[in-house]
Design a protein around this ligand. Sequence first.
Ligand code: 5AD
Ligand code: SF4
Length: 448
Amino acid sequence: MNKTFFIETYGCQMNFSDSEIVHSVLVSAGYSAIENYKEADIIFVNTCSIRDNAEQRVLNRLQEFSFLKKKKTHLKIGILGCMAERLKEELIEIQQSVDLVVGPDAYRNLPNLLNTVETGEKAVSVLLSEEETYAEIEPVRVGDNQVSAFIAIMRGCENFCAYCVVPYVRGKERSRDFETIIEEAKKLFEQGYREITLLGQNVNSYHYNDVNFAQLLARAAEVNPLLRLRFATSHPKDLSDELLETMSKYPNICKAIHLPIQSGSDAILKKMKRKYDSAWYLDRISAIRRYMPDCSISTDIIAGFCGETEADHQNTIKLMETVGYSSAFMFKYSERPNTFASENYPDDVPDDVKSRRLTEIIDKQQELSLKSNQADVGKTFEVLVEGVSKKSDKQYFGRNSQNKVVVFDHTNEKIGDYVHIKVTDCSAITLKGSRHCELQSSEAIQNK
Ligand code: 5AD
Ligand code: SF4
């Protein structure tokens, strides 16, 4: 009988996308996926190292899996992803139930490594590659979402922001063959998907032969006008006018940009090695507004980086107000071993101060999100229907181009349809509305 596997994924969208590659590699080698981890012959945990609490969560979960292994001795446990890369053999020392440790560039080798593990040995494969992009491996889309899919267009990062572990665990930046990306987009559209998010640590620096990111995005948008395109993540230093112009030209390229600021203080941005200052960032915001007045802007913010003063923190709050973000991911600074910051600056903002600043940032964002949503009340948006609302099965939800969740009363629409919804109410998190039938699709698109 086929051996069965289960993959549990932590962290960013890239990790979820990688799990789809792993899935594909394993199925091609004759393994079968299973939904209940208790019944699996092999449990994989695809891990994240971005902050210490992400690692702690995985370590706690591993305890549960090792209890299971005591009862079920043939069970094998594999650690994939960033923690595998960061801790290598040490993971087996910390947690002896672990059989297999595989870094993000070694997934092709999983079937061989599993053969080794079957003999009772442990296996560790953590070499980073300068070329691996898994270009021709067709990911197996897992989960319930039949509308929206990710395509990884590049891997790695060479920005070496002072706080960040990513360049150490994901290796050098490399872009995936452009044709394979377009082929994958076409196939997904034919399978019924209506939204694709192009993924990379810094998509703006994508380049394959002479194709840059703006050109790739345009080609992907031309696959079909009914296929929506999104992308993440952008680095402010590389956000070009060419990209903004391309976004403005194609109605099916969503009007939403995730542009991590990290801090509103120039002194902190410099220490973080972000390679831009607040003036540069605000110039990019003006450019976005110039090309696309209706574009939503979201961000990432770190509270309590090394040496951050109260005045630095206030500058972050001020910058948030100036930009008027529609949403944000907000974190307490977490020192990561071997990064530039951990080697060169003391982690000197006390934890209670970090927590208080983070709360103030979250409160400010809550206010800005509500304001941004309130400004949409009365407007009509084209919404891609994604599923049944969690709160009531009489309601559906989807997203507008600006990536805002819109909840509306279900009539006869199907998942994957585009509908026009007039917003009548909102909270800080969602827009609420009803079908607006008079508006024709082309008008709606011009309205965007
Ligand atoms: N501590 C806290 N947040 C971090 N991020 C990256 N590294 C750290 C760290 N050491 C945040 C950044 C980044 C997001 C993915 O995670 O805001 O944009
Ligand atoms: Fe980390 Fe900076 Fe690379 Fe983003 S751009 S992954 S924050 S090093």
